[in-house]
Design a protein around this ligand. Sequence first.
Ligand SMILES: NC(=O)c1ccc[n+]([C@@H]2O[C@H](COP(=O)([O-])OP(=O)(O)OC[C@H]3O[C@@H](n4cnc5c(N)ncnc54)[C@H](O)[C@@H]3O)[C@@H](O)[C@H]2O)c1
Length: 335
Amino acid sequence: MTDGAPRILYLNRRDIAAVGGDESELYVAALADGLAQHAEGKTVQPLKPYLRASGNHIADRIIAMPAHVGDPGMSGLKWIGSKHDNPERVGRERASAIIVLNDPSTNYPVALLEGNLISAWRTAAVSALAARHLARDGFTDVALIGCGVIGSTQVTALLQQFGQIETVHLFDVRPEAADALATRIKDEHEVNVVVADSAEAAVRAGDIVVPCTVTDTPYIHSDWLKRGSLLCNVSIMDVHKDVFLNADKVIVDDWEQSNREKKIINQLVLEGSFSRERLHAELGEIVAGRKPGRETDDEVIVLNPMGMAVEDIACAAEIYRRAVAQQVGTWLDLY
Ligand SMILES: NC(=O)c1ccc[n+]([C@@H]2O[C@H](COP(=O)([O-])OP(=O)(O)OC[C@H]3O[C@@H](n4cnc5c(N)ncnc54)[C@H](O)[C@@H]3O)[C@@H](O)[C@H]2O)c1
């Protein structure tokens, strides 16, 4: 900014990809730092409000996700909309988002970024980072239920981060979605892909199990999970209560964010069968080395990642820094 007039850097999807925002490495590194800062109390993250103005589906909403990360760090907001039927009705991704970054020294906005690419990759990177600490050493099989944008990014991030993966098991209520993802994975990676006949068949095969559906009706039972498996409960409502009650360790990204909105953990707390005391850890505590991750090959571990604004802002801040350094993006005058 040469004349002191306020400007913001606008970064669309192509700009974000140009600085490394379309693969897992940037996100895993930014999250390892951001989650450790969260564990050390160096973040500010108000509870996110859900705006539900139209539609009755659980995935029809707009969520405001503000956070501050680091010192002096960066502040910002992800504003993420969703309509469950966008893919069939208007031929667009279910979710859409923008991220605003604010310079904490003035609180002026400094950047506006397309947010859905970042959101999908940071969600995938949470699972990949969690797998470093929580998956069984030498795991080989990944099960994905729900083969949309979030699911396909999850599998891609795991394949990028873990060369040891031998087989990916896919299931989707729309077989064409599973088939399309199977073709893409086989084209891009040297790995076996099995399109399963049922969610149960896929889950039973997975060392890492990742539900990424838009369901509000649980269908995964605890006895479907292999001993030694890690369940990354990305779409939150897929698992029956017994999955939490029978797991050896339950981990969340943030307890306050997880224990609300009538999600399964919140239902268990209200019924008196789960509590903060029964929680093993928040993920940041494990990443920061303050609590152990997996301790035996036999444990069944459930990670419940509600999705945190801290993650979005940590990743978007790194993308912004790279874009400024590499002169990528379009400056827009505010006045
Ligand atoms: N935890 C987080 O941080 C986080 C972040 C982003 C998105 N999400 C969640 O991820 C989920 C997926 O998002 P998306 O953008 O990929 O949606 P999407 O609509 O693109 O894909 C969802 C897929 O799931 C399939 N599906 C729906 N119900 C199913 C069921 N019962 N069994 C099997 N397959 C089923 C659909 O056919 C579709 O292919 C959403 O629930 C979203 O809220 C979580």
